[in-house]
Design a protein around this ligand. Structure first.
Ligand code: UDP
Ligand code: MG
Length: 333
């Protein structure tokens, strides 16, 4: 039988001092269960990514890693946002494990779905998407806007798994190919389908946040949605072009109509309607410029090729799978 896969759980944390003491034992317990059930190797790890937290989160992570060799942590030099934090963790894990599972640190995603995820991997899937079966625990507003967003994204031609966030198993093979996707504007859930390979979905019920509060207020959610659309699809630009052609045609027809009216000696009254049309077209033009501007802005950011994150600290001094294995051999002596 092939050697059991080494699993690294990748967990982004931003100001999570309240929830970490509750969920860290939960993740470690799950890791233990996965090892005991013979699914993954005993060299599996939990990797916390501290995304520039302002509270004691990093202190808690280092403390955990001191107490338990299965806990590892990296610290980003500043807050870079959820997507970049997950990316940092995945890239760090890539060459040291066979599979990664990324999961939020707040306990909303059911860790028990990991059994099925690993089973799907053992059955030959390289990517396994965790999908929320129900969203009862989200507010009506969050549920409706989120679902509208998935529909919009798919309508715009971006491939996004419905109701899947960032709870996902990805093999190191896929990550190695994913590493070639060098863009700065990242929207992970829309990018993994682009990498390809065999994938499947695992369904779970999403719980309430165990403690602390959400870092995704409406403004950030809108930002993520807009980033998702503009980094995955250029269809809005085509829609704008289409709109331009439509209104130009309308303009030509209107002009013809006006000329005919002049010949028929009908005085053209109702400049109010003209005013409305001007306002409407002006508005559409401004919005269109804004959307195009967003794409230009993104091209500008991409052209700088700035690093997407900087790791300032690691809980281990000498990284590497071999180092971990050596430590384990030492412990056994
Ligand atoms: N997070 C992060 N950086 C940020 C914001 C959030 O690493 O700038 C982490 C956070 O600690 C959590 C996950 O991303 O583990 C999801 O955030 P949250 O639970 O606040 O979002 P929600 O579930 O409400 O969408
Ligand atoms: Mg959450």
């Amino acid at each position: 039988m092939a050697a059991k896969p080494i699993l690294w759980m990748v967990i982004p944390c931003y100001n999570e001092e309240e929830v970490l003491p509750v969920t860290a034992p939960m993740f470690l317990g799950k890791l233990d269960a996965l090892v005991k059930s013979g699914r993954v190797s005993a060299s599996s790890r939990v990797l916390f990514v501290n995304d520039g937290s302002k509270d004691r989160t990093w202190g808690l992570i280092t403390e955990l890693s001191r107490k338990d060799p299965r806990v590892l942590g990296i610290c980003l030099s500043r807050n870079r946002g959820h997507q970049n934090a997950v990316l940092a963790g995945l890239m760090e894990a890539m060459d040291r494990c066979d599979i990664t599972i990324s999961i939020d640190c707040d306990g909303q995603d059911d860790v028990n779905a990991m059994d099925e995820m690993v089973d799907a991997y053992l059955d030959g899937c390289e990517v396994v998407y965790g999908v929320r079966a129900k969203r009862d625990t989200d507010t009506w507003f969050k549920r409706t806007t989120a679902q509208g967003f998935y529909k919009l994204l798919n309508g715009l031609g971006a491939e996004v798994v419905y109701n899947h966030a960032d709870y996902r198993l990805v093999s190191s093979l896929v990550l190695r190919h994913f590493a070639d996707f060098g863009e700065v504007n990242i929207f992970l859930r829309g990018m993994f389908p682009l990498v390809g390979f065999k994938s499947t979905c695992v369904y779970y019920d999403r719980a309430e946040r165990l403690a602390g509060k959400s870092h995704y207020p409406l403004s950030k959610m809108l930002g993520l949605a807009f980033n998702g659309i503009t980094s995955l699809s250029v269809k809005p630009i085509s829609i704008i072009t289409g709109m331009g052609i439509f209104f130009s045609a309308l303009g030509v027809l209107g002009t013809l109509w006006a000329i005919i009216q002049v010949f028929l000696r009908h005085t053209v009254h109702g400049w109010a309607s003209l005013f409305c049309v001007v306002c409407l077209l002006g508005g559409i033009q401004l919005i269109s410029l804004g959307v195009i501007g967003q794409y230009v802005g993104k091209t500008y950011m991409e052209s700088k090729r700035r690093p997407r994150y900087i790791i300032s600290e690691r809980t281990w001094s000498k990284p590497g799978r071999r180092w971990i294995e050596e430590r384990e051999a030492e412990n056994k002596k």
